[in-house]
Design a protein around this ligand. Structure first.
Ligand SMILES: [Zn+2]
Length: 265
């Protein structure tokens, strides 16, 4: 009886919350508590909160346009070229990058200061873009909202539950809990995006080495939510060996210095 009830409930919730959607990247069907329109809405709702928490935007339009343009190079060849992605540089010393559902991608000043090339920047933005196109961000957020909903029923405290669902904690936005599988998928898809957008995929391995070195000095935010760079590096090296990526792709050391590093001084 309980099983039947559960089945009815899950079908019902599928209908109610739009439920089962096909993942545009993996082609798998998965339970989603949010529709694409709701994804956009969640991103739009929470992006200002996240920006505010991480120091606001770096007040330099040259730098912002450059970061956004590199991001758009990734977005237009991604699995969701029609989604309106935005790429924003935040004025915060933490070394981090993050994505919200609906295509809101952020990278911090601390991270930008550690990078040397446009291809490395593209690699980070591609990893975060993949979290959006593969629906990791939406799933992580809807999981959290589902948990909040369950909590509100369990405690029969609907007003507090509703408040939690309406106002997800900023810390959660900054580090949406992705699974290890999601992270490896974002690395793999991100590397394909990086190369397809015209950047050398080797740059993703360089970035992991930079972050690894930095992490030896102090524990950095990006790695606190990501698996060990050592394993990820090996996976990416295997991927380069197995794929036929074009040679002579863009590195963009001079451009990065001119448009980012020089503008951060
Ligand atoms: Zn990630």
């Amino acid at each position: 009886m309980a099983k039947i009830l559960l089945a009815i409930l899950s079908v019902y919730s599928c209908l109610l919350f739009t439920g089962c959607a096909t993942n545009p990247v993996t082609g798998e069907s998965q339970l989603m508590l949010v529709s694409p329109a709701q994804e956009m809405q969640m991103g739009a709702q929470y992006a200002p909160q996240l920006e505010k928490e991480l120091g606001g935007r770096i007040p330099n339009s040259t730098l912002q346009n450059y970061v956004n343009n590199v991001g758009q190079n990734i977005a237009r060849i991604s699995h969701q070229p029609n989604l309106q992605f935005t790429y924003v540089a935040l004025n915060h010393e933490s070394i981090n990058a993050m994505a919200l559902p609906g295509g809101y991608i952020f990278i911090t000043r601390g991270m930008l200061e550690k990078l040397d090339t446009e291809a490395q920047l593209a690699g980070i933005l591609a990893h975060e873009t993949a979290h959006v196109t593969a629906k990791h961000s939406a799933q992580a957020m809807s999981r959290q909202m589902g948990m909040d909903l369950a909590l509100s029923v369990a405690t029969e405290n609907r007003s507090s539950g509703a408040a939690q669902a309406a106002g997800l904690g900023t810390q959660l936005l900054i580090s949406l809990p992705y699974s290890r599988k999601d992270e490896h998928q974002a690395d793999s898809i991100g590397m394909d995006y990086t190369a397809k957008a015209g950047y050398t995929p080797q740059a993703m391995i360089e970035t992991m080495e930079i972050l690894e070195r930095e992490n030896a000095v102090r524990s950095i935010e990006f790695l606190s939510t990501h698996p060990n760079p050592g394993n990820r590096k090996q996976n990416l090296k295997n991927q380069i060996a197995s794929r036929n990526y074009p040679h002579a792709l863009k590195i963009g050391r001079e451009d990065y210095k001119k448009f980012v590093s020089d503008n951060l001084k």
